[in-house]
Structure formats: C-alpha cells, structure tokens
Design a protein around this ligand. Structure first.
Ligand code: NAD
Length: 350
C-alpha cells in the first residue's frame, strides 16, 4: 500500500527529541521533507535522519505535490497560519498544541479541514496514553451506575524531561526566528501572561474533557502569586483547575474525578519519559470497599499519537483529538479570560 508522505515543519527541541523519532517509527508513513526557518538546522537534522528534501519555509514545503500530510512542531503563535496554509494546499495537518492562540483562527482551521475533507489533529498525546485509556474504561463503567460529583485538574509541573533525551539535539548558531505574539483582540495586555499559561497547559483542560465532556460556564478565576484557580461549571458538578509551578525532580499533574461511590485518580507521567504510562488509582465504595490500580502497557503516548494520525489518514477516520474537538479548548480559554476581565460568570459558547 502507498505510504503517507509527511512534510515535517519545525525541528527545534520537540521536533528533534520527540516527534521526528516518533514519526520515523510509525507504520504506513514516511518523512520525505523537512523545513525550519533556521535552514542550516533543517539541513543538519535532515542529514541525521536521512530525510531527502529540505525547504526554507513552510510555503515552499507545501508546494511539494508529493507530500500528503504536514506535521508542524513550531511555535504556538504560528501554528494556525501554517495549518491554514497547509490545509489550503490540500495537506492533512498534525499540529502541536495549542492549535491556535485565538478561537477565530482555530475555527478557520476546522472550517477548512471540513471543507477540504482533510484530517486535522492536535497533539494531545495524553489521550493516547495507555494508562489514561484504562482510566477511561473505568470511567465509562462508573457512569453507567453513578454520577460525577466533583473533579479537579491539577498542574504544577516539575521535571518534564527526566534526564538526557534519547536523541541528542543538533544546534546551530542561527538566530531564532522573530515571532509576533498573537492573542484575541479583546485581551488586555496585563492578562497575556495568564492566557499564555493556560495555552501552554491546555492539556489540563483537554484531558478532563476527554472524560467529562464540555463545561457550560466559567464560574470564577482567582489569581495568586503562586498561580491560579479556575472553576468551570459542568452543571451538576465543578471542575477545579489548579495551575501553578513547582521546582521538583518529578512531574506534578493529577486529574481526580469523584463519584458518589468512589473516585478515579489519574497521574500522567513526565511528558518526555518514554514508555511510562499514566498511573491510575480507582477507589470503589459501596458494600465492598476496593482499591484498583490498573496498569497501562509500557509504550510512549507521543509515538501512539503519531501512529493514530497516520492510521486516521489511511483508514479515513476522525482523529480522537481532531480539530473540531480541540477548538473547544481555545474557546474555553477565551471564556476564562472574559471572566478574568469582568470578574463574573461567563457562559461558554462552543
Ligand atoms: N505536547 C507537549 O506536551 C508539548 C511539550 C512542549 C512543547 N510543546 C509544543 O511543541 C511546539 C514546539 O516546541 P519546541 O520546544 O520544540 O520549540 P522550539 O522553539 O525548540 O522549536 C520550534 C522550531 O520551530 C521553528 N520555527 C518557528 N517558526 C517557524 C515557521 N514559521 N516555519 C518553520 N519553522 C519555524 C524554529 O526555528 C524552531 O526550530 C510548541 O508549539 C509547544 O507548545 C508541546
């Protein structure tokens, strides 16, 4: 069968240490071209990985008719521009998170993917983590006979790399490209740092949505020197989003979902630690009290995510983290910013 030909855009840290190693191992695809605005870097990285064609810009790369799909691992402020150009050129698109930095751009990406009948997928690798999938099975079982009463999404981070990366990085002395920040027009300058943090930590809005679905409103936003607490209203329960930081040699992230009769606790691994799935603790109350610790298989969520993108193209399936679903995260972040501005509840329109 014909392989999916991939054009890879952006070979900085995540490109070299995470996504190239993942996409080079994927079945049914082949990386045939590479582009980075730092052309010397692109040439050196292409040589290391045996990638035949190197382009100076994404515009040159998407003119290559041999390319079926683009993988863009660049910078959040240019994700939308590159994705929109690529979709217009008839390429399927995988983009790192966040897909865009304002909902208008995200909406345009979704509209184009639908109009052109192309796959648009966002890099929410936690949805492909085998531990998370065990937790999801348990959740689907719980809600057959119980109700969610409370949920908490905690992200303080810590060490996300855990030692040297498996692929040492190539670096050049080329100047880093100048990139204009791009935020929604309504956002006051003094709230850019909060929006920036939420866009960076967007996993912790996306992962709860994988289980709970969509919130109906932003109830409140409170900022402290250590971080922020956002209360999202799910109608009959809240989701408390705790965003802070920690200097630690471990990774501090947790999704806790309470039911009337128990809970599911999911602790994702440090993102770059290969082959370690999320840890899951299920507590079941009732006549017999039980603790369960289901193990996900040892595999790397980034590599599983890359395989999913290629499989969805080959089998003409919608990706689990497709553009239409991922758009909602950006719309929710904009609603959080509106509550931060006015200090009152904001209904989420998605
Ligand atoms: N999934 C995760 O958990 C996770 C973790 C970290 C970073 N990320 C995301 O990965 C992306 C890349 O992060 P990084 O750490 O590799 O950044 P980086 O700055 O190290 O690399 C980005 C590369 O893109 C290139 N670039 C920038 N604009 C470009 C353009 N218009 N065309 C072509 N190349 C361009 C830069 O020259 C650079 O080499 C970011 O969007 C970030 O949000 C995701």
């Amino acid at each position: 069968m014909k392989k999916v030909k991939i054009g890879f855009i952006g070979c900085g840290f995540m490109g070299q240490c995470v996504h190239l190693p993942s996409f080079m191992r994927v079945k049914g695809a082949e990386v045939v071209a590479l582009s980075d605005l730092r052309f010397g870097l692109a040439k050196a990285v292409a040589k290391r990985w045996g990638i035949p064609r190197v382009y100076r810009s994404h515009i040159e790369l998407i003119e290559d008719e041999d390319i079926d799909a683009v993988v863009e691992i660049t910078n959040k402020f240019v994700h939308a521009e590159i994705a929109i150009d690529s979709l217009k050129a008839g390429k399927h698109v995988f983009t790192e998170k966040p897909m865009a930095t304002c909902s208008r751009d995200a909406e345009e990406m979704v509209r184009l993917a639908e109009r052109e009948n192309l796959k648009l997928m966002v890099g929410y690798m936690k949805r492909y983590d085998p531990g998370v999938l065990k937790a999801k099975e348990a959740f689907d079982d719980f809600i057959k006979h119980d109700k969610v009463t409370y949920a908490r999404s905690h992200i303080f981070m810590g060490d996300w790399i855990c030692g040297p990366t498996a692929e040492p990085m190539i670096e050049t002395d080329e100047k880093y490209p100048e990139i204009e920040p791009r935020f929604p027009e309504f956002l006051p300058r003094e709230l850019r740092d909060l929006m920036n943090t939420l866009l960076e930590q967007v996993h912790d809005i996306n992962l709860p949505r994988y289980f709970l679905g969509d919130p109906v409103a932003v109830e409140s936003v409170k900022r402290w020197p250590w971080g922020s607490i956002v209360i999202l209203d799910y109608g009959d329960h809240p989701l408390i989003l705790e965003v802070g930081s920690l200097s630690a040699d471990f990774w501090d992230e947790e999704l806790l979902i309470h039911f009337r009769d128990g809970w599911i606790d999911v602790r994702p691994p440090p993102p770059l630690l290969r082959n370690v799935p999320a840890k899951v603790h299920i507590y079941k109350a009732g006549k017999v009290q039980r603790d369960e610790y289901p193990h996900g298989a040892h595999s790397w969520s980034f590599e599983r995510q890359a395989q999913h993108f290629v499989d969805c193209i080959i089998e003409d399936r919608e990706p689990i983290s497709n553009g239409a679903d991922s758009y909602k995260d950006i719309a929710i972040i904009e609603s959080i910013m509106k509550t931060a501005i006015k200090g009152t509840r904001t209904k989420i329109k998605i």
